[in-house]
Design a protein around this ligand. Structure first.
Ligand SMILES: [Mg+2]
Length: 266
């Protein structure tokens, strides 16, 4: 039997596996067929509105049977960094309640009444307001590190696109006059490192599948992995002309990746 080139798929969610609350046709079948062949799957999402285990529950509700360990989001990478190097650090968090609780559970100390904090974390926050903008600004002025979960300026909802984490980061950046010191989401490779640790594989054994050039395909390149771009989300074939890089593979949808795992094709 010819050996498969890839042993794992790192799949983006929105625009690749699902659109909102709907699975993309055939995604569940592709997932189970490749899983039966021994291919490992990790789902990588920039969203930090939920923690990874909550995202796993959502994927299960959509009809894809995944374990908690198969889901990594930008919050996972952030919490991993805190639990490995920043236990006891004081943080101010612009973010949704699950992220705030997750940071506290990972060992960060959250208290808005501090004079100074070590790190200001900025994520999607549906209750973002002037007071939070000012608090983040004041802490950053006093020398706090500036971390962002991800820089996606919008994200899709049932009712269409809405402003995302990147828009909030941009507001804070504009006030303080500098960009974040660290970003955990795609295209940065933190989530890939986390995935490789879980999979115990090398980058060349992994295939990234996603619908965006500037996050998914760049994420693959930054992580030394091959990429397959699918046209079920944010990118059309015409968009490709605007980029001076290309993914290794182009497919109409995620079902196309099955041909990369057929033994006779090697
Ligand atoms: Mg996507």
């Amino acid at each position: 039997m010819a050996r498969q080139k890839y042993r794992a798929v790192l799949a983006d969610l929105d625009g690749t596996i699902n659109r909102g609350d709907q699975l993309i046709p055939g995604a569940a079948e592709t997932y189970s067929r490749l899983s039966e062949k021994g291919v490992k799957w990790i789902f990588v999402s920039n969203s930090a509105r939920r923690l990874a285990h909550q995202l796993a529950e959502k994927i299960n509700r959509l009809g894809l049977s995944v374990s908690q360990g198969q889901v990594i989001n930008s919050a996972s990478a952030l919490l991993d960094e805190i639990s490995r190097a920043w236990i006891g650090a004081k943080l101010y968090v612009v973010g949704e309640p699950p992220l705030v609780r997750g940071i506290a559970d990972a060992g960060g100390v959250i208290d808005q009444s501090h004079e100074k904090v070590d790190i200001v974390v900025v994520a999607m926050d549906s209750n973002f307001n002037y007071d939070k903008l000012n608090t983040a600004f004041q802490f950053l002025r006093k020398g706090a590190l500036f971390w962002a979960t991800n820089l996606d300026t919008t994200f899709p909802t049932e009712g269409g696109f809405v402003p995302g984490s990147g828009a909030i980061v941009a507001a804070i950046s504009a006030a303080i006059g500098r960009q974040p010191d660290k970003v955990f989401g795609k295209p940065h490779s933190d989530m890939a490192r986390l995935a490789l640790r879980r999979l115990n594989l090398t980058p060349s054994e992994c295939l990234v599948v996603g619908d965006r050039m500037d996050t998914d395909v760049l994420f693959a390149r930054n992580s030394m992995m091959d990429a397959a771009l699918v046209f079920t989300g944010a990118t059309t074939r015409e968009h490709l002309l605007h980029y001076n890089f290309r993914p290794e593979y182009l497919f109409d949808d995620i079902n196309g990746i099955q041909e990369l795992f057929e033994e006779e094709n090697k």
